[in-house]
Ligand binder design. Sequence first.
Ligand SMILES: Cc1ncc(COP(=O)(O)O)c(C=O)c1O
Length: 459
Amino acid sequence: MAGPPIHDLHFAQEPSVDRVPGPKSDRLREKQNEIDSNAVAYPNNIPLAFDEGKGATLKDVDGNVFLDFFAGIGVYNVGHANPYVNEAVHEQVDKLTHSVDFPTEPRLELIEKLEELAPGNLSGNSRVVFGGPTGSDAIEASIKLAKYNTGGRGLVAFRNSYHGATSGAMSITSNSKLKKHYAPLLPDVVHAPFPHPFQEGRDPEESVERALEEVRATIEQPYGGLANPAGIFVEPIQGEGGVVVPPEGFLQGLRDIADENDLPLVFDEIQAGFGRTGEWWAAEHYDVTPDAMTTAKALGGNGLPLSATIYHEDLDTWGPGDHAGTYRGHVPAMVGGVRAIEYIQSHDLLDHATEVGDYIRERLREAGEGDSGLGDVRGKGLFIGAEFVDSEGNPDDDRVEAIQQYCYEHGVLVWTAGQYDNVLRLLPPLVLTQRQAEVGTEIIADAIAATAEDERARA
Ligand SMILES: Cc1ncc(COP(=O)(O)O)c(C=O)c1O
């Protein structure tokens, strides 16, 4: 068995909240407000300063202990400070931390592991390129790869998507608010609809048909508008967009369109991948293999920054230096990635994520019975979204904000998502125990009930 069992990874007293924010958090926040950038965002929702993480638990500087249901936004898949990961990382830090792209044992070991885990026929036939350390960097690499191989320039992406904060990644992201100060970005990007049956009020089949028709028209119609396409870029399950799980047929439809038009199909697995959904990659739920895929977030093992683009070897046509970056050889992060993969495999965390995720979704649905505000509970494995609407069926972001507030005051850290911020998003570490899932979901269920009561009182 690689490392300790998941039950031994956490603070024992979870959750335990005295007063939030406590005096030390307040002090650090005040200082942050004085000296840090205005671009800081997360503490505006949850005004805490953290001190130490263990497994699925986080301690703030005042000693309050929380169940962590967002895990650094999908980074801590094997939990905070996983000792099996950390012991090897510590050793590596003392030996060598940076190697550009010279070969090191951890680098080659990680490439071999990723090749082994890659979905479908990518497994055994793939190459991996490391560029910069963030997910956005991997997206940039995938855009360059598609352009290099096709000679095309146009990119097909999807509404409700998020792919990162650099210029290329922002171009294929659909969130206009994030882009408005920086546009124009890459020219020739078309955003097709991503099937979202709940929001569209359509049945799943119709929703898929409509989305695929748009993609096909964009690429194939003489007046489709995209002159010189280079590839199709899609999150197999959308994360920031609100944990939107496309119905069967959508990804296969994209695969068919890509094949018929000789275009690479690129899956962004940065949030949905690396075990989060109960499979290594979200693509596996649909049995559809992309030509290239991006991964980051949990890849560095314990929060160390590392990203990669995994692609079919047929696309490996570029030459030395055609994709570069100083930080493409973060050796401790590569050690972390290998160790995280071993820990997930050794503790059967994919099946565990499936079981615990199913439990959480079921309990949330139960909590929403008779509450018309909880419109939809969805996701796979420990990638969970609960969408809230008001009495007219419109997005209810106030309710989600109130739930987030209640949860953090009672010891569970949850996050939001969705283009209207009306989706409660849960991304707990895969090492979350069944008991922690029960305790945490009970608090979320209480938050749902308490906020429903507040809404009734207001009406
Ligand atoms: C699906 C997806 N792609 C890309 C990114 C960008 O990754 P990073 O923030 O590491 O640049 C994110 C980040 O949340 C993401 O969720």
